[in-house]
Design a protein around this ligand. Sequence first.
Ligand code: SF4
Length: 157
Amino acid sequence: MLVASIALVVRPVTDTDLWLHVATGRWIAEHGEQFPGNIETGLIGESDADQQRFENFANDAPCPALDPESGRCDVYEWRPMTCRVFGPPVRSVAPDGIAGGLGYCDLCFVGATPGEIAACEMKVPHEHEQAIIDGITEKGETIVAFALLPVVSSRNQ
Ligand code: SF4
């Protein structure tokens, strides 16, 4: 998310920035009240209750960076790691380094058995991302809408 924010800062103001400004504002107005975290900072809460609520938060809402007309991602070059690896089976890794379950796109594996899905696991070099995260002093987990909002707001003033 931070990478997306930085990249938008160094880019010239475009119509896409204006669109993102409106889209992120609308998205937060619509879903912010149910956000399981701090709506001022955009950080997801770390309590078990917040993490559980996050599992079901805005799951059916389109991402504000998705252009509804073109169907394209407006921050494609700076999209989060989650977006970059979505589709093939990828094993999640908790902040403590413990490997979790396999996440994958259901539409890519219609009719596949668990074994067939597991055989397609894509190994992600999480250590590269972790090295970047380790270099950030103030950090936390957020979502695309909150990562974009302060940047596009300041750019369009
Ligand atoms: S940021 Fe990720 S979820 Fe949002 S439109 Fe881009 S690829 Fe899709």
